[in-house]
Every structure is written in structure tokens, then in C-alpha cells.
Write a protein that binds this ligand. Sequence first.
Ligand code: AMP
Length: 444
Amino acid sequence: MTFASLGLIEPLLRALETLGYQTPTPVQAQAIPAVLAGRDLMAAAQTGTGKTAGFALPLLQLLTMEGPKVAANSARALILCPTRELAEQVHASVAEYAQHLPLTTYAVYGGVSINPQMMKLRKGVDILVATPGRLIDLFRQNALKLNQLQTLVLDEADRMLDLGFSEELANIYRMLPKKRQTLLFSATFSDDIRLLAGQMLNDPLSIEVSPRNVAANTVKQWVVPVDKKRKAELFVHLMRKGRWKQVLVFAKTRNGVDALVDKLQGLGINADGIHGDKPQATRQRALDRFKASDVQILVATDVAARGLDIEDLPLVVNFDLPIVAEDYIHRIGRTGRAGNTGEAISLVCADEVNMLSAIEMLTRQTLTRKMEPDFEPEHRVPDTDASGQVVKKPKKPKKPKLSGGGGKRNLGKWVDSGDVAPAEPSIKPVRKVPVFNTGPRKKK
Ligand code: AMP
């Protein structure tokens, strides 16, 4: 199959040739004809499958072939993305695909001054890429009207809900013209996403390019059990042993990112961090330097790293497991992209066992465990498998007390350990629901 056989016009084919895209990916093969035919779409596609071109190419074609010229302060197509980085990335791809077309494109997001964005919107833009919060601000300040909107794309819809954008999406929904084409892309499909799709989409065509909730099989994944307090030490050890060159590392919290970056920099390792507390310019600079291999280790929280496309990234390390199991799929999707192979290593301590179990259940696989000599955990990580069960080892029968001994003294490091989890954590089997409900997540 070729892009020409999907019915794409010559200026798009020329752009694809320059980019070196030869064959459509499965999501592109299904999405392009459907979007060109005007259908609404509900697509389950992971990052790295080529989904951006899957919606952007036919969208650009429709905007070129149909519809009136864009009016002042208007947009003809809107692509909503969960984070600033993703908005920038999607916009960069759209602009590349549109390079030979007479269309204008622009990206708006929070964390930067709104005035230049308002100025830029005055003449109107054909394709606007936006994060939900800033889009609403611009709309409320009359810098943007949506009555000319032909197409709405919800990219990474699951993540938008995870980030607490459901209210914003409901507001945006009310701002949209009733007659429009809507394309919804999501790596995973929860009930909430299906509900959103029910409201926003009209007789959508469902596309599923990989089995639901299964991580990319181009990524080799394994787990190294370790005590929490030794994670940083293990990371440095593995890095040196494996001569890692470019690694994207995920930590759970902003403080966790900063602490690891400080530690690595203190050891003379070329590391930088990105998280939601850092100004947008600093985040973008760290990311650009990482992409250019000027930074070797980039440590990030989930919010800052969502959807990033880093060419040929060989390795992702989960310094902490994600609280939401589905984020695991997104994280490891940063590597093994566009047919390349990649590795994803998770450093797992005893009190993360329920998260590990949820990930295994979601991805329907038992992750291989590899013990690293000298780093075997004192606090054993209980066995898990894809059934969602945490297998507790039967307790060893107590040894009879020796007279005169057996006090705390003899327990040595077990008592002095700074780890949070007890030696044999009393863990209940996880619920059969793979997402950890920690309440609404903070919106960035
Ligand atoms: P996405 O899933 O949209 O983030 O795309 C992942 C990566 O695949 C990006 O670097 C794209 O430039 C690349 N890509 C998308 N479609 C193709 C294709 N048909 N052939 C080669 N590379 C592609």
C-alpha cells in the first residue's frame, strides 16, 4: 500500500517523500480514507503508531479542498492535546505535513504570555493546536471564535481526562458548532472515554490498531527488584554497567525528579529534569538538549513527558512505577517507536507491588524480574502475575528463641532499614480494576 493509493493529494505526497515516509502505518491506512470520507473516528492507537499523520494528513487535505477561507479570530480545525509539549510536537508535525499547502497552523498553550497568541489569532488560522485551559481563556477573551470550526481532534483523550480536564472538555463542547467532524484518539479506552465519545462523536468508525491496552511489543521490558533507598545507587550502577547513552527516566513526583537530577549531577553525570513546576521555556530547553544528545539523562514526571517523540530513544527507565497503570504504556511508548526496538527497565521496591500487579494485569503479561547482584532487596517484592494477584509467600515458622539473645540487636539492619515497607508487607490482592484511584489528579 502507498500513500498515493489512499487518495492523498500531491503536495502531501511530496512532504511525505521529504520526510522519508514510504508506507502508511496500520492506523494511517485505516484513518486516512475514513477521515477523507468525512467520518467521525474513535481510534485506539498507542503513541509511536503514526497516529498524528493518521489524522493530520486527511485533515489538511479536507481543509485545502473544502470550506471557506478562514475568518479573523477563527480556526477551521482544532486539535486538543493534554500538555504543552505534546501541543508543540503535534504542531511541528502538522506544519511539516502542510509545508506545500496554502494553510496556516499555530499552537497555543498555557505557561507563556497570552498576548502574542491573541495577536497571532487576529488573522485566523486554519489549524489550531491547543491545550484545553488556554483555549478556553482565548475564547473567553474573544480572541477566538469557533463558529467556523469544521473538525475537532481530541488527541490523547484518555490523558486529558487523567489530568482532570473533563470540565474544560465539557465547556469546549458547548462552544463548538453542532455540525462538525470529530476524531478521538486515545491509547486506552476507559468507561469515561467511552462516555465522552458518546457525547462528542456522531456514528464513529472504530479503529483499533493494536490489541486494547497492550504495550508495544517492540519494547523489551523487565523489572529489577530493589529496596527503595537503594534505587538511585542501582540506577547509577546499571547506567555504568550498561554504558547507557541516552535514557529517559520517569519519577513519580516533582521532588523525586529534582532529587535524582541533583544526585546524578553531583556525580558528574550529564542529567536534567522536566516537571510541571518548571517554566515552559526551561522544560522545552531541557527536552531539546536531550533530543540533541547534549543531555544524557532526562528525568521527568508523567505530565511533562506525555506523548514526546524522541527519535531512536533506546531506553526508558521507570525509577518509580506510575500510580495509574495505563501510564506505564505511555511511558514505555517513548521507546521502540516507528518500528525501532527499545528497552524499558523498572526499578521496583516492595511497596510498589500493587502497582506492578496492576501493570501486569493491564498489559496481560508477567514482567520478567532480573535480580542485580549486590542489590537484592532486603524487603522482598512479593510475586505477581498477569492475573492481578499478589502472591504472598507462606510465612516461615518462627524459630525457637535462643536463651539470652534474640533481642532487637540481633535483627541488625532489618530494624534500622529506612524503607517504608515492612519485610513481609501485608498486601491484599489488588482489585480487578487496573487503575489506582488516588482521587482527582492535580491539573497542570
Ligand atoms: P506518532 O505516533 O504520530 O507520534 O508518530 C511516531 C513517529 O513515527 C514520528 O516520529 C513520525 O514522524 C513517524 N512516522 C509516522 N508515520 C510514519 C510512516 N508512515 N513512516 C515512517 N515514519 C512514520
